[in-house]
Ligand binder design. Structure first.
Ligand code: NAP
Length: 290
């Protein structure tokens, strides 16, 4: 029997409406239009459009459609770390800015960790700084990776129970695999994380009640690697030479085995920007930043 398709676009429609209502309420509370800053490092007047430009435009459109402002901060490729940190300090001090996102990748001379830790933790709406990473580790209120929040949102909207479930995450990056492990542990799942050195990956994936894949390798997960009836969440985004976008899971074959599965595109992806906006609109209560 074919799996239930977990339709991220359908969930996104409902979340967009919820966030639009929240934006009206929050803008009225603060007395101005809440603003998300997107910091982009690029060649001035570059002729080509890259993935980061496309993401920036999508995020800007989403923010504006929900009723918050977006400020694009363009910085040159030659910017020094200190100049970059001053630009972030200015955004930290701007009362209208409630969220800051720095588009990656950064030029090689910029120390990513030092730079990202310049963002005030409450405004770190993609959970990239060490304060939020530490807070998540300690089960304290935290800004989290928007991609991980999107995965949790798909699981919750689909009413998939997590307590005591065996979750296998394939991919151990600091932006997806590792924070997701902590978020699922907080929800009482039993979590294993696989990575490039994992031997016999299928031994792990076949045990999963819930299999989450975030690697960036098309076709990595085949139907024989999935337990019948499992929930499969595909975070991967891969552009094939012919321009087709696919995930890390062989969707056509695995949907015949799985109980539920996210498509790519149209699964986790449509929710990621919305999670950035949600974290821009919400406050972290009871947290004192020193
Ligand atoms: P990343 O930083 O490159 O991390 C990839 C992870 O996969 C690493 O932990 C790596 O292991 C592991 N890995 C590589 N080959 C493997 C293999 N053959 N078997 C098992 N594990 C393997 O990538 P990322 O930033 O986490 O992104 C992962 C994917 O998610 C990409 O396709 C990206 O485009 C997509 N993504 C989607 C969204 C969204 O909104 N849907 C957002 C962010 C990312 P090691 O740690 O040992 O190197």
């Amino acid at each position: 029997m074919s799996a239930t398709i977990l339709d991220g676009r359908e969930y996104a429609t409902a979340i967009r409406q919820e966030l639009t209502d929240l934006a009206i309420q929050r803008n009225a509370e603060v007395g101005y239009t809440i603003t998300l800053a997107i910091v982009v490092v690029r060649e001035p007047n570059a002729a080509t459009v890259n993935a980061s430009d496309i993401y920036t435009r999508q995020l800007q459109r989403t923010a504006q459609s929900i009723g918050i402002d977006c400020r694009i901060v363009d910085l040159p490729l030659t910017i020094t770390l200190e100049e970059f940190r001053v630009a972030l300090h200015d955004l930290n001090e701007d009362k209208q800015i409630h969220g800051i996102i720095v588009q990656l990748p950064l030029p090689p001379h910029i120390d990513r960790e030092v730079l990202l830790d310049t963002i005030k933790p409450e405004r770190d709406v993609d959970g990239v700084g060490s304060f939020n990473a530490g807070s998540l580790f300690l089960n304290l209120p935290a800004r989290v990776s928007a991609t991980c929040a999107a995965v949790m949102e798909v699981l919750d909207r689909a009413a998939i129970p997590l307590d005591g479930k065996r979750v296998i995450i394939v991919g151990a990056s600091t932006i997806v695999g590792k924070p997701l492990m902590l978020m699922l542990l907080q929800r009482h799942a039993t979590v294993s994380v696989c990575h490039i050195y994992t031997q016999d990956l299928s031994l792990f994936t076949q045990q999963a009640d819930i299999l989450i894949v975030a690697v960036g390798k098309p076709g990595l997960i085949t139907s024989t690697m999935v337990r019948p009836g499992a929930v499969v969440i595909d975070v991967g985004i891969n552009v094939l030479p012919d321009g087709t976008v696919v995930g890390d899971v062989d969707f056509t074959a695995v949907r015949e085995i799985a109980g539920a599965i996210t498509p790519v595109p149209g699964g986790v992806g449509p929710l990621t920007n919305l999670m950035v906006i949600r974290q821009t609109l919400t406050t972290l209560d009871n947290v004192v930043f020193l």
